[in-house]
Write a protein that binds this ligand. Structure first.
Ligand SMILES: [Zn+2]
Length: 180
């Protein structure tokens, strides 16, 4: 079966930067719904479209086509008291920074901790990095009607329903809760 819109694709992958420093060894395959559902990077879909099981390739994706350029305006300093303890550099939080325009929640990474201040970086950890993906297609199947309706894959490695994240803390200036 060829990869086309509304197929579920299982890909073994390795992710490194343009200097071949390994970022993720892809110990879990990526399983995604193909066809513009934003389950994976468009450049990956472009590369795999029309291919079959056994296809492998290496592609390089520039920051503009991946997680964006690094934006220093997304670095915030918050009072430490706003964040839960224990706190460590590298922890990630989902938050709404001064949401002037109803942007979607951003992920912040703690990059520095001082006595009473914490530096939160809203850039994606991979922002500003050219990414090199080594891809190997290991399975292609037709998506179910339900998967197409939901726009994501169900089942092993797919999306799990049932324990929705607690939402509804709207109103806080900065709604922050740990995601890891
Ligand atoms: Zn679903």
């Amino acid at each position: 079966m060829k990869i086309a819109k509304n197929t579920v694709v299982t890909v073994n992958y390795k992710l490194s930067d343009a200097q071949d420093n390994l970022i993720e060894d892809g110990s879990q395959p990526m399983v995604y719904l193909h066809g513009g559902y934003e389950n994976t990077l468009p450049k990956i879909e472009e590369e795999l479209d029309g291919k079959e099981v056994g296809y492998s390739s290496i592609i390089q994706v520039e920051p503009d086509d991946a997680f964006g350029e690094y934006d220093s305006a997304l670095v915030k300093v918050e009072p430490r008291s706003r964040l839960p303890e224990p706190l460590e550099v590298g922890m990630q939080f989902e938050g709404m920074p001064d949401s002037e325009d109803d942007e979607e929640a951003m992920i912040f990474t703690v990059t520095d901790i001082a006595d009473d201040k914490v530096v939160l970086d809203g850039n994606h950890p991979l922002a500003g990095i050219a990414l090199r993906f080594s891809l190997n297609v290991v399975d292609v199947r037709a998506a179910t009607d339900e998967e197409m309706a939901h726009g994501h894959v169900h089942g092993a490695h797919g999306h799990h329903h049932g324990d929705e994240d607690d939402e509804g803390e709207a109103g806080d200036h900065v709604a922050i809760h740990p995601i890891h």
